[in-house]
Design a protein around this ligand. Structure first.
Ligand SMILES: O=C(CO)[C@H](O)[C@H](O)COP(=O)(O)O
Ligand SMILES: [Fe+2]
Length: 219
C-alpha cells in the first residue's frame, strides 16, 4: 500500500475554513485529520461538535478523528453521528482500552489507539490484533507546529515488528512535526499514514505540499 496523507485542520485558517477544506478536497490528500482537545488531557482546547459537523458537511474525504480528551467513551456515539471514519483514542486516557476499542468498532468506525511519545509500544501487545490503526505521537500532543521527536523512527520499527509478528493488519500513523525532510524516512521506517498540519497550511502552496508529501519516496 502506498502511504496516505492526512492534513491536520488544526493548522487551517479558521477565518476561511471552508476554503481550506475545499483545497484538501481537490488535493491528493487521503483523509482529513481532526484534532479534538479538551484542555484537560492536553493543555489546549481546539474545536468541538458544531465545527466538526460543519467540516463533515463539505469534506469529501474520510474524517480521521484524533481525540485528546479524558473519558472519550462519553462521545463515541456523537462522533459516529458526525460521520467519523476512524476514531482514535489515547491509551493514556482510558482505563478499559479493550472495551473502548470494541465499542468504537461496534458503532461501525475504525478503531485507532494513540500513544504519547513516552508510552511504549508494548502496551499494545494484547490488543494489536483488535485495532485498525496505531497513531504514534511524534510530538507531545496539544499543539501544532512542534519539533519532531527523532526517537519516533525506532518506535515505528518496534511497532512494525509487533504488527507483523501478531498477524495484525493495523496501519501505522505518525502525527506531529511531519515535514518534507522527514517524510521519506518515516515511510521507509514503516509509516502508512502521515499527518501534516503546519507543513501543509503554513506553506505558500498547500495543495502542492500535499502532493509532494504524497509522492515522497522512502529514503
Ligand atoms: O495531534 C496534533 C497535536 O496534538 C496534531 O495533529 C499535530 O500536531 C499536527 O500538527 P503539525 O503537523 O503542525 O505538528
Ligand atoms: Fe493529531
Amino acid at each position: 500500500m502506498t502511504h496516505l496523507i492526512a492534513p491536520s485542520l488544526l493548522s487551517a485558517d479558521f477565518t476561511r475554513l471552508g476554503e481550506d477544506i475545499e483545497m484538501v478536497n481537490r488535493s491528493e490528500a487521503d483523509w482529513f485529520h481532526v484534532d479534538v482537545m479538551d484542555g484537560v488531557f492536553v493543555p489546549n482546547i481546539s474545536f468541538g461538535m458544531p465545527v466538526i459537523k460543519a467540516i463533515g458537511k463539505i469534506a469529501k474525504k474520510p474524517l480521521d478523528v484524533h481525540l485528546m480528551i479524558v473519558q472519550p467513551e462519553r462521545y463515541f456515539d456523537t462522533f459516529r453521528d458526525l460521520g467519523t471514519y476512524c476514531l482514535s483514542i489515547h491509551a493514556e486516557a482510558v482505563t478499559h482500552l479493550h472495551r473502548a476499542v470494541h465499542q468504537i468498532r461496534e458503532l461501525g468506525m475504525k478503531a485507532g489507539v494513540v500513544l504519547n511519545p513516552h508510552t511504549p509500544v508494548s502496551v499494545l501487545e494484547e490488543i494489536i490484533t483488535e485495532i485498525d490503526l496505531v497513531l504514534l505521537m511524534s510530538v507531545n500532543p496539544g499543539f501544532g507546529g512542534q519539533k519532531f521527536i527523532e526517537g519516533t523512527y525506532g518506535k515505528i520499527g518496534k511497532l512494525k515488528k509487533l504488527i507483523s509478528s501478531s498477524g495484525s493488519s493495523a496501519l501505522i500513523e505518525v502525527d506531529g512535526g511531519v515535514d518534507l525532510n522527514n517524510a521519506g524516512k518515516l515511510i521507509a521506517a514503516g509509516a502508512d499514514v502521515l499527518v501534516a498540519g503546519n507543513t501543509v497550511f503554513s506553506s505558500a502552496d498547500p495543495a502542492g505540499t500535499i502532493s509532494k508529501l504524497k509522492n515522497t519516496v522512502p529514503v
